[in-house]
Write a protein that binds this ligand. Structure first.
Ligand code: ZN
Length: 265
């Protein structure tokens, strides 16, 4: 059994990724964390991060393109984390399934799923979280500090542990598709954003209301998901990465959340 547990580093990566575009300050914070805990850089994901960070700091400053590269790696780490948790095989009892399907109603909110379990961190099991899908709730710091006061069924109640567990419950409908989109793009729903479903040429799109100026846009194309962030105050895409059919996506966003159109000229 390995003695290194990447949980604190993964939590930091997630916190950094949570708001909008990455800033040079946040990348600096990450570099400092790695410098202070050299053991991290011998294992996934600190090793990969350290390699990239050395590269981006080489000239002493970070371009928007380099911030985009770091953000891309953080997303990869997060999706890989979901895969590893899934490999740990959390069994969801079959008796749950009909109840979960009944929740497939018109309401676009989290279904009540009568199931609780314990998720342990990767290798050492040093971190344990009690996850209850009914509310849903979790005992991690992210959930207790930012998500516990949201109303039942709000997507913002989902920390990454809840997403990774809910992903294994085979209920159906739009919410199911949104959960898959969260897991496969390494997105943890921001506690202060609401979600709305849309459609782009028959493919699923999900858009969020803005918080701190940023909206999330999840787009499906040939089974794969992409995550874009749009700044509604500056009318620009994060890291200058503009998706295909950006104008249609922005129409979906402003239809769902008219307040996002205010700043547009
Ligand atoms: Zn949690």
């Amino acid at each position: 059994m390995e003695s290194y547990d990447p949980t604190p580093l993964i939590d930091l990566c997630e916190a950094i990724l949570a708001d909008g575009e990455l800033s040079a300050d946040e990348v600096y914070r990450l570099s400092e964390f790695l410098n202070a805990t050299p053991e991290c850089t011998l294992h996934w994901p600190g090793k990969e991060l350290a390699t990239l960070l050395v590269e981006v700091w080489k000239d002493g400053e970070i371009s928007l393109d380099e911030l985009g590269q770091v953000a891309g790696l953080l997303v990869e780490i997060h999706t890989h984390w979901h895969d590893r948790i899934a490999e740990n095989g959390i069994d969801v009892p079959a008796s749950l399934l009909p109840a979960a399907e009944q929740e497939d109603a018109e309401a676009f909110s989290l279904p009540k799923i009568d199931f609780k379990t314990t998720i342990t961190s990767f290798t050492t099991g040093a971190y344990e979280y009690e996850v209850d899908l009914n509310e849903p709730s979790c005992t991690c710091d992210d959930w207790k500090e930012k998500r516990s006061k949201l109303p039942r069924g709000h997507f913002g109640r989902c920390c990454k542990h809840i997403i990774s567990l809910m992903k294994n419950v085979p209920f159906r409908g739009k919410v199911r598709i949104l959960i898959d989109a969260f897991a496969s793009t390494g997105t943890t729903p921001h506690p202060e954003r609401e979600w709305c479903a849309g459609n782009l040429d028959g493919d699923n799109v999900f858009v969020s209301s803005p918080a701190y100026g940023w909206s999330d846009i999840l787009v499906q194309s040939s089974e794969k998901w992409a995550h874009y962030k749009y700044n509604v105050l500056d009318s620009r895409w994060a890291y200058q990465k503009e998706p295909a059919q950006a104008n249609v996506l922005l129409e979906i966003l402003t239809d769902a959340f008219p307040e996002t159109a205010q700043s547009k000229k």
